[in-house]
Design a protein around this ligand. Sequence first.
Ligand code: IPM
Ligand code: MG
Length: 367
Amino acid sequence: MSNPSLLILPGDGIGQEVMAEVRRVIDWFGAKRDLQFDVSEDLVGGAAYDAHGVPLHDDTMVKAQEVDAVLLGAVGGPAYDDLDFSLKPERGLLRLRKEMDLFANLRPAQCFDALADFSSLKKELVAGLDIMIVRELTSGVYFGEPRGIHMEDNMRVGVNTQRYTEAEIERGARAAFEMAMKRDKKLCSMEKANVMESGILWRDVVTEVHADYPEVELSHMYADNGAMQLVRAPKQFDVIYTDNLFGDILSDCAAMLTGSLGMLPSASLGAPMENGRPKAMYEPVHGSAPDITGQGKANPIACILSFAMALRYSFDEGAEAARLEAAIEKVLADGVRTGDLLSDANSTAVSTSGMTDAILAALDESL
Ligand code: IPM
Ligand code: MG
């Protein structure tokens, strides 16, 4: 049987630096755990625009559809700010999500003990925090029609449409309930049913799906209250299910609670392929960070943890994923820190590759 295939799309800015570190981790699993992958690499975002004049080449899209999993770094940068909307780096990412139909975006917000002091909240509110946000990723206001900027009465009008079918809400809800079943069996669904019809439908459909998961304790919350509760008492949540735009905002908020955006991975999953694996793309939650690009300052952990999610969700290697996560936890407990993380007299400042050196050493120790 051939090796599972990975398509690596480093993208822009620190995406390229952190992905180079992920490749070292992938090589470690090949050499030491006999987990071989066929790795290919291609362009996305500004890098693709520079080479091809589009943020995602059609050939890259075809490759992404064929591989077992895509690993993406980050897209965007100031050089591309003035491009036409359809050519912006983000359009490459959104095209991948849409055409691969990656409807379930899993965004864990987990607070590492060693970093609890770095949260913007008091330590006792976040120590041990472990939330999973399931964000619907292929619909809603990100993709709804009509959209655009047009003229009305000599005035420009900007239009976007929040649109959800019940099938879209349902398949995401099933992913969220399945996730809750594997965790603490608690799901909170967030929308604005007090203001939006799409929110009313959301609440109805999630309630209907609940009938198939009676063991899960389901609650509903308006998304604004959800944001407030996330910063008031985040540990009340286990799994949160919400739409594309609310999920974008709430996941950034939840991420900050854990101490650093530089730490958080994500998985975007679609329907099963012929080989039984879900269509999948893994990416760090952080962006391309142009301000620190090329300086060896970026924290590679979010991207490395994204590979851990790939091991777990695409390749059924949960034990190896846990090995990698434990190695990262150990390195943090030992005080190894990139510049984005809180340091003190006992910690050791490292560069991007220095962090990977430490993680690989901890992986060696785990054998
Ligand atoms: C995210 C990002 C993207 C989004 C951008 C880069 C298009 O903020 O993945 O959260 O809005 O979904
Ligand atoms: Mg975002």
